[in-house]
Design a protein around this ligand. Structure first.
Ligand code: MN
Length: 198
């Protein structure tokens, strides 16, 4: 059975960008539900003992009758695992190293990258995610709808931000742009660099 991990930091540790009320609803209710639904869907199937990563890259192994549901629920479970991990406030550093070089080479500067990431996140219509991903051609900013996950299409995820209203509405109401901009202050570039160079 797949299990939602406890957060590795306190519910007040992302203040003032994300308040504890938002975190507790988002992690304990929304994220938990994706895990519960995924476990129910894979119970008794060949995917029962597989990881979320495996499931999302082998969706064709799921029965057609549950495939879309599984993509949504396992995607929700996995995407949020990544979301909480990249904003871990422990040992946070400024952007540095290989990822800094790649961002500068690809987007011109960190500020230009941030501006584009925010702009693309703002453009996601309805619910979805905005990602920084990597493939053999380099870094890309990639939006996805609903809980679709870039690993299903072969991309390596560096990080992503959740633009579903449940991620920010309690605190920012309809101000998605402000949430996207402030969220950047939370990114743990030590972890991002580790992921990028792994
Ligand atoms: Mn969410």
């Amino acid at each position: 059975m797949l299990e939602l991990k406890k957060l590795e930091y306190g519910y007040d540790d992302l203040n003032p960008v994300i308040n504890s009320e938002t975190i507790s609803f988002h992690h304990d209710k929304h994220h938990q539900t994706y895990y519960d639904n995924t476990n129910n869907l894979i119970k008794g199937t060949s995917l029962e003992d597989k990881s979320l990563e495996y499931i999302l890259t082998h969706l064709e192994e799921a029965d057609e009758s549950i495939r879309t549901k599984l993509k949504n629920q396992a995607g929700g479970a996995y995407n949020h695992d990544l979301y909480w991990a990249i904003i871990n406030p422990t040992n946070k550093k400024e952007l540095h190293g290989e990822l800094e070089k790649a961002i500068n080479n690809t987007f011109g500067s960190f500020d230009a990258f941030k501006e584009k990431f925010v702009e693309e996140g703002l453009k996601v219509f309805g619910s979805g995610w905005i990602w920084l991903v990597k493939d053999s051609t380099g870094l890309k900013i990639m939006p996805t709808s609903n809980q679709d996950c870039p690993i299903t299409n072969g991309f390596k995820i560096i990080f992503g931000n959740d633009v579903w209203e449940h991620a920010y509405y309690l605190q920012y109401q309809n101000r998605r742009k402000e949430y996207l901009e402030k969220w950047f202050d939370l990114v743990n570039w030590t972890i991002a660099e580790e992921i990028y160079t792994k």
